[in-house]
Design a protein around this ligand. Structure first.
Ligand code: ZN
Length: 221
């Protein structure tokens, strides 16, 4: 995937797209929607204390862990998400899966640590399978280097940028009990919390300059 495509995707669609909202639902067939509902039923939602609890390191790389990874990838796919942390299923282990794009390989990270992150940051919209209908702006480093183990305990290092870096950081946050609401500007946090209380959806206000986009530029300023 090229940088331009990645950028376009970042702008077009929040990560872990929580849809289908009413507009997207029309594009998905009934079987896909049904699988998605089943998958989402396994995902803990905002207000569940497990989402605020830090997970414990994994030290057992047996067949049980492999089965857990397989289940998480299946739920991520069915939920049409691009990432899932074990804590979102109530498993308090430092384990996440991600797949930043339909052509990417699903990857499991066990005991992930961000070894380095760039000073260059980027703000983009994020969604979360645990916060249905909520989209907020989150600023994150654009590039990260992550050390982790794979599901068999083999060490791996990942250098990620753009959407992939964003997804990995979002999921590692989950393992620390941190939600995207903690990283969004205060006004959006207040708006999102209100929407969650009322069972409504929330997305950021469009930029003011976009609203005036059709007006001719004002001279003499
Ligand atoms: Zn999430």
């Amino acid at each position: 995937m090229s940088t331009e495509q990645q950028q376009a995707e970042l702008e077009a669609e929040p990560i872990e797209p929580e849809g289908p909202d009413d507009e997207r639902a029309g594009d998905l067939d009934e079987e896909t929607l049904e699988r998605r509902r089943h998958a989402l039923a396994n995902v803990r939602k905002f207000g569940d204390p497990v989402l605020r609890s830090p997970a414990s390191p994994v030290d057992d790389y047996g067949s049980e862990l492999a089965a857990e990874v397989e289940r998480m990838v299946a739920i991520m796919h069915d939920a049409l998400g691009v990432g899932l942390a074990a804590t979102q299923l109530g498993l308090m282990r430092r384990l996440l899966v991600f797949q930043a794009g339909p052509d990417a390989t699903p990857t499991a990270l066990v005991n992930p640590e961000i070894e380095w992150s760039s000073e260059v940051a980027e703000t983009a919209e994020e969604g979360c399978l645990s916060l249905p209908g909520i989209v907020v702006d989150v600023e994150r480093p654009l590039h990260v280097r992550v050390r982790a183990n794979d599901a068999s305990g083999t060490p791996l290092a990942i250098e990620a940028s753009g959407l992939e870096a964003r997804v990995i950081q979002h999921e590692i946050d989950h393992l620390d009990g941190v939600l995207m609401l903690d990283r969004t500007p205060r006004e959006q946090r207040i708006g999102a919390l209100h929407a969650l209380r009322e069972g409504e959806s929330f997305s950021p206000e469009p930029e003011p300059e976009q609203e005036n986009g059709d007006e001719p530029p004002v001279g003499g300023e």
